[in-house]
Write a protein that binds this ligand. Structure first.
Ligand code: LMR
Length: 329
């Protein structure tokens, strides 16, 4: 085995793949929960490429995709403890760690298009949200998209009546749980990495996610129907640990910040295409019926979940809700 390892090291050195970081080098560990062939996976890979190139290899980025290292239940803590340096959790996952105002992004049928999301993320409201994270020793470095969520189950989900009694996997967001309840379903909070197995074993009946996540987790093998409801937005915030961030030199922070901004812009650019590609692959696989909703069907779903906006306003915070309405006006 040692021989084999030596052989591997020699090959790697010869090909230049194992360039050891110099003594003063920096290693950034970036953990996330999705597959590499997703908007988030590809944005993370682009960040690594840009940063390693521009730092001449002095800053190395090691990416742990697919919840290999940490999953939804422990990644935030790992970041706070310094066991990883970068995460990109969905915005839906900040409520649970004390920032319920982030759940405003989960309000169903709030955004018609990604341009509406930008009015929040690129404006003062988005800045204030990220600044909040310092209360937990975190630094929010930027937002980026996956896209709009669809609903899956072993039946079409075209009208509120179709949801009644279904156990639907949700992220740990009270707003998303309330949305499922408003449709007559039972929300079941599960880490992303456990979702496919829970669908396969019947622990849950259905779920919601953009198609890129649905496809790359092979959920299509265990769900007969995908309904293109586009009922809510899924996006991310890149976060790091404040202590770690402040331990870097100002010029390294600028270098990392610049590479990240470009990687996130790249992620936003390809997000739609990745979801379209996943949908085309899903169609070709032929395992899952794909349903497009009429405007009337979408409007009925929207009406059914409308009370969630009012009911969860206290959780999100009335001032945040006011600011949100103003920003979207
Ligand atoms: C989920 O848990 O469904 C998503 O947040 C996964 C992700 O990171 O896209």
């Amino acid at each position: 085995r040692r021989q084999w390892l030596r052989g591997l090291a020699a090959t790697a050195l010869a090909s230049g793949a194992l360039k050891a970081a110099p003594a003063h080098g920096i290693m950034l560990r970036f953990s996330h929960v999705v597959a590499e062939e997703t908007p988030k996976g590809l944005a993370a890979n682009r960040f690594k490429l840009l940063l390693e190139q521009r730092s001449g290899g002095r800053i190395q980025v090691v990416i742990y995709p697919d919840a290999q290292l940490y999953g939804d239940h422990d990644e935030m803590q790992a970041l706070q403890l310094g066991a990883v340096d970068l995460l990109a959790p969905s915005l839906s996952k900040f409520g649970r760690i004390g920032f319920p105002e982030f759940e405003l992004f989960d309000l169903p049928f709030l955004f018609d298009e990604v341009a509406d999301v930008r009015r929040i993320t690129q404006g003062p409201l988005g800045k204030r949200l990220l600044a909040r994270l310092s209360q937990q020793g975190l630094v929010g470095l930027g937002y980026f998209d996956n896209g709009f969520k669809q609903m899956s189950a072993n039946r079409p989900l075209l009208a509120p009546a179709d949801f009644v009694g279904l156990r639907m996997r949700v992220q740990a967001s009270r707003v998303i749980a309330a949305q499922m309840r408003a449709l007559g379903a039972h929300p079941v909070t599960l880490p992303f990495s456990e979702t496919r197995r829970a669908l396969a074993s019947g622990v849950v009946d259905g779920t919601e996610n953009p198609v890129s996540n649905f496809w790359t987790q092979r959920m299509h093998e265990v769900q007969t129907d995908l309904s293109l409801t586009e009922h809510g937005y899924l996006g991310y915030a890149v976060v790091t640990n404040q202590r770690f961030w402040m331990s870097l030199s100002e010029s390294d922070r600028a270098l990392i910040g610049q590479a990240l901004r470009e990687a996130l812009a790249f992620g936003n650019l390809i997000a739609d295409t990745q979801n379209d590609k996943a949908l085309a692959a899903l169609r070709a696989a032929g395992t899952t019926r794909i349903h497009t909703l009429t405007d009337g069907q979408r409007a009925r779903l929207a009406r059914a979940v409308e009370p969630v906006h009012q009911a969860l306003a206290n959780r999100i915070g009335l001032q945040w809700m006011d600011d949100l309405r103003n920003a979207l006006k």
